[in-house]
Design a binder for this molecule. Sequence first.
Ligand code: MTE
Ligand code: MO
Length: 222
Amino acid sequence: MDEDDIPTTGAVKDKLIRTKERWAEEGRLLTGTTGDPDRDRLPPGQTLVKDWPVLDLGVQPDVSKAKFRLRVEGLVENRLALDWDSFMALPQTEMVRDIHCVTQWSRYDNRFAGVMVRDLLALARPRPEARFVSMTCYDGYTTNLSLEDFAGEDVMFAHSWEGQPLARQHGGPVRLVLPKLYFWKSPKWITRVELLAADRPGFWEVRGYHNRGDPWMEERYG
Ligand SMILES: Nc1nc2c(c(=O)[nH]1)N[C@H]1C(S)=C(S)[C@@H](COP(=O)(O)O)O[C@H]1N2
Ligand SMILES: [Mo]
């Protein structure tokens, strides 16, 4: 990872990490029901919020546009290492989506702008053996996805929210937004995507959280 001189604020929230691990052990918040995303806008066990909460490990890196790189590596025909200008030169898309955090909050109608994962993958050209992705962030956070989920039609590298640059506490300059899964699958301050033949569970996935995290199936813990 390229992390030379990235200033950070905050200390890792060990207590929060421990609490969330305990929730996974206890199966907290589980309603034991499932929902249908076409019928039930709010997934089971979720509570609607108006403000946008901030959730992370406590370390919020200050990633300047000059330092920013988005790398796509591993099982691709064409490795990418995009700087800010090349990233912004890619096709730009807007989408309005609901987001759902496993700690129970959901927020409707978030307007994001950025580059669709599909447009980036078209440049990187995954090899046939590629089936999973592992993503790494400037704060050291990692999370994993199937290539199928990652390449979904509404998955975006977002740089803006409600017409403004994405705030640092929400993962600016660039984060992933994958609305169909719990929000821990949407890494903030993303810098590296590695395409893999075998799955590689990330930070929360090795601490009791579900490997996929579908909110309507209540895939909170795994
Ligand atoms: N780099 C990074 N990305 C991250 C996290 C993190 O700690 N570091 N936390 C995840 C979790 S658990 C959630 S719920 C969302 C929260 O995003 P928000 O703070 O913008 O609401 O970011 C996800 N992406
Ligand atoms: Mo979360």
